[in-house]
Design a protein around this ligand. Structure first.
Ligand code: C5P
Length: 221
């Protein structure tokens, strides 16, 4: 029997990372951000002039790629073939490339296998955050939370977070595009698992969201 498995899914800007970090601290779980793995692979593709819409080419890249997530004070430190690439992963080009990379079924299989291995290796349990954790990576997770919010609220939060690299209009457009691609792709589209607890954070303060999430986990922890 492995440790507690908490799955957090939802669209961009719904608060997944903040919630996951809080739950990891509160319940002593390893926090794994799966989006960072898609971002790291996308970065490698961009650096190597691999066309991100070419599924076979991106899959070929995985054969010589190692991505490791390590806990750090705020979120994960990401190692791509041993190099710390954390700082490069929030770049808007990398963000859109990650969204493209994630549409390829065989690439997702590679990601899911790595994510299961990383998650099950956590002795005290794991809180894993992404788009398909409750539906595909850990369908038997002990807790599944699907975080959502209106597109305006999510755009506002993302805009407040980012270091003014993009205008609000550009950011909103990119976010909508990415969410649409996540929801409409044939391979593991973004959707709540049937047994997920839905939390709409639109009108909630951060403290309320954290409290609600912790209460959901406390019921089974
Ligand atoms: O969560 P984050 O914004 O870092 O994820 C970047 C992209 O990776 C998302 O837009 C999504 O397309 C993809 N992703 C995914 N499945 C996951 C995590 C992220 O498809 N489990």
């Amino acid at each position: 029997r492995h440790g507690l498995v908490v799955a957090i899914d939802g669209p961009a800007g719904a608060g997944k990372s903040t919630v996951a970090a809080h739950l990891a601290r509160t319940f002593g779980l390893l926090n794994l951000e799966t989006g960072a793995m898609y971002r790291a692979l996308a970065l490698k593709a961009l650096r190597g002039d691999v066309v991100v819409t070419d599924g076979a080419a991106v899959l070929a890249l995985t054969h010589s790629t190692t991505i490791t997530l390590e806990p750090s004070a705020n979120g994960n430190r990401v190692l791509l073939d041993g190099e710390d690439v954390t700082a490069a992963l929030r770049n808007p080009d990398v963000t859109q490339a990650a969204s493209q990379v994630s549409t390829h079924g065989p690439v997702r299989v590679w990601m899911v296998n790595s994510q299961r291995t990383l998650g099950l290796a956590a002795p005290t349990g794991v809180v894993m955050e992404g788009r398909d954790i409750g539906t595909v990576v850990f369908p038997d997770a002990d807790v599944k939370i699907f975080l959502d919010a209106s597109v305006e609220a999510r755009g506002d939060r993302r805009y407040a977070q980012q270091p003014a690299t993009e205008s609000k209009e550009d950011l909103l457009r990119d976010m909508r595009e990415r969410d649409k691609r996540d929801r409409e792709r044939t391979e593991s589209p973004l959707r709540p698992a049937d047994d997920a607890v839905l939390v709409d954070t639109t009108g909630m303060t951060l403290d309320q969201v954290l409290e609600r999430a912790a209460a959901i986990v406390a019921k089974v922890a």
